[in-house]
Design a protein around this ligand. Structure first.
Ligand code: HEC
Ligand code: HEC
Length: 204
């Protein structure tokens, strides 16, 4: 299988995603709404609990997309479904704008050997297995590429591991054109843990 070329993928995605122009959110309207999120995600979007993702500095449109998909059930999660049910598309855009404007605090790599192995895979992929470099879509710094490719830099390792396992098992299936499911299926548990260790400590 040939390497997936990000530029081509991006082109293909722009055709696949039937994105109605997303409303631009207002952080000033998002801040009061975020009171309902702080207990789990941190008041400034840096969560104290590693299984709850950091939302700080994430792309606003990506946050809004996830909220819409928790609500519709396209991304299955009982906790977030209950919360997103009460949100309008405007609320979702405003919450995205608020959390996106916060600064994420990256972790310090606790397992240097794993982080080094993760870095290699992140930057180069593995052509022999048709595994593309993560950096092609999530950018070399891990900042992602607005708005379809989320930021990974500074995300809790435990959350990233859980998402990669969920993509691998097909339990998370809200990725356009199954991009992440196809990629995660090629990763061993050791590799995805190493990748998560590496991105958690990335500070762009
Ligand atoms: C009771 C705890 C809890 C509360 C309250 C909560 N969340 Fe979450 N949230 C979670 C958990 C757990 C996940 C991870 C779900 C998964 O594993 O798929 C999550 C995931 C998310 C994601 C996906 C992030 C990503 O990187 O894909 C977004 C966006 C999000 N929450 C936004 C919000 C917003 C906005 C609020 C407030 C309106 C909120 N959450 C309130 C627990 C919570
Ligand atoms: C061809 C483009 C592409 C490549 C290459 C790619 N990703 Fe992704 N990734 C995506 C897209 C698109 C999403 C967002 C899916 C959605 O909309 O929910 C995503 C989402 C993710 C998420 C979920 C983030 C969150 O906040 O929940 C993680 C983790 C992730 N990717 C890790 C990786 C890793 C690690 C690699 C390399 C092994 C990689 N990705 C390679 C396109 C890509």
């Amino acid at each position: 299988m040939s390497l997936i070329r990000p530029a081509l993928v991006a082109l293909a995605l722009s055709c696949v995603v039937s994105a109605p122009a997303l409303a631009k959110g207002d952080p000033a309207k998002g801040q009061p709404l975020s009171a309902a999120c702080g207990a789990c995600h941190g008041a400034d979007g840096n969560s104290a609990i590693p299984v709850n993702p950091n939302l700080a500095q994430q792309h606003p449109d990506y946050i809004a997309k996830q909220l819409a998909e928790f609500k519709s059930g396209a991304r299955a999660n009982a906790i977030m479904a209950g919360i997103a049910t009460g949100l309008s598309p405007e609320n979702m855009a405003d919450l995205g704008a608020w959390f996106g404007s916060r600064k994420v605090r990256a972790a310090t790599a606790s397992d240097e050997a794993a982080a080094t192995a993760g870095q290699k895979l992140y930057r180069a992929g593995d052509a022999s297995r048709g595994l593309p470099a993560c950096s092609g879509c999530h950018s070399p710094s891990g900042a992602g590429i607005p708005s379809q490719y989320p930021r990974l830099a500074g995300q809790h390792q435990a959350y990233t591991v859980a998402q990669l396992k969920a993509f691998k098992a097909g339990e998370r299936a809200n990725d356009n054109a199954a991009l992440m499911r196809t990629i995660a299926a090629k990763l061993t548990d050791q590799e995805l843990t190493a990748l998560a260790e590496y991105v958690a400590a990335l500070r762009p």
